[in-house]
Design a protein around this ligand. Sequence first.
Ligand SMILES: C[S@@+](CC[C@H](N)C(=O)[O-])C[C@H]1O[C@@H](n2cnc3c(N)ncnc32)[C@H](O)[C@@H]1O
Length: 303
Amino acid sequence: MSRALLNTCRNVTRQYRSPLAAPFSTSAHRLHQSPAQQQQQQQQQQAGKTTHFGFRDVAEEEKESLVHKVFANVAGNYDVMNDAMSLGIHRIWKDQFIRSMAPGPGTKLLDVAGGTGDIALRFLDYCRNIHRDSTASVTMVDINPHMLEEGKKRFQTTPYAHTNQADFLVQNAEHLVDIPDESVDVYTIAFGIRNCTHVDRVVKEAYRVLKPGGRFMCLEFAQVDNPVIGKFYDIYSFDVIPALGQIIANDRDSYQYLVESIRKFPPQADFAQIIRDQGFKTIGSGYEDLTFGVAAIHSGFKI
Ligand SMILES: C[S@@+](CC[C@H](N)C(=O)[O-])C[C@H]1O[C@@H](n2cnc3c(N)ncnc32)[C@H](O)[C@@H]1O
């Protein structure tokens, strides 16, 4: 990215910092909390009172509605912004995610936090193109009806409209009340789990709904190990992405939350352990880094 574009984004960031943005932290320096701050935050979390919403501590009960507002705000621009923010790279990650899944004919997928349907569509396309299969099916669930509406509109223009291969349900990933025990072959959650209040409950629900032998797969932002790339990535995240949110979607705050939430998600090895703690068996480390660890694919089997 040229220096001129970076400067433009920084200027937009300064100019448009919303007076309402107080709940959102405003710069990358908060990435590095003091040990005292970290200890205080840990104590509060252990007491079960707070969780994080980006860099801000909020009451656990509050997070769901804050996240709901973010995705209600971004739903209409979600696909355009995804391409702009990731320079299209999210498409490569999602393609790789489905290739790693390598679903067979007739696979029954539950795509949780399915949003506008990127994973569901790629899954059905894979089954159709690789196996000439039209018996595979996907249930997309999301807590936010605005996001699912965008997904439904999109499906209308695909070969899966008016088939029984795709359906949509509003559900919380932490309580999949309409999904029976041991009913799906594969469970996916892409860029969704970091927005949930209790990550362990999400993984526990995944275990419940999977058939024995079924597979849990998660695509999520992760932690970059290389300090040089990490520095560049921080500048891009905190100076460019919120500014793009302002320019393209007239919404800086939601994108500030998105970049902050990425930094609050556990590192790859810790999340792999959470997956094992809920009963899944992993192969090797249980995850594969993508693009220097900007994102990672996690996988576990219910055996
Ligand atoms: C970043 S989008 C990802 C959408 C899609 N999976 C993708 O990869 O493009 C995150 C999605 O998670 C959903 N979400 C957040 N919290 C959730 C929860 N507790 N249960 C279900 N979905 C949730 C949001 O509504 C949003 O649609």
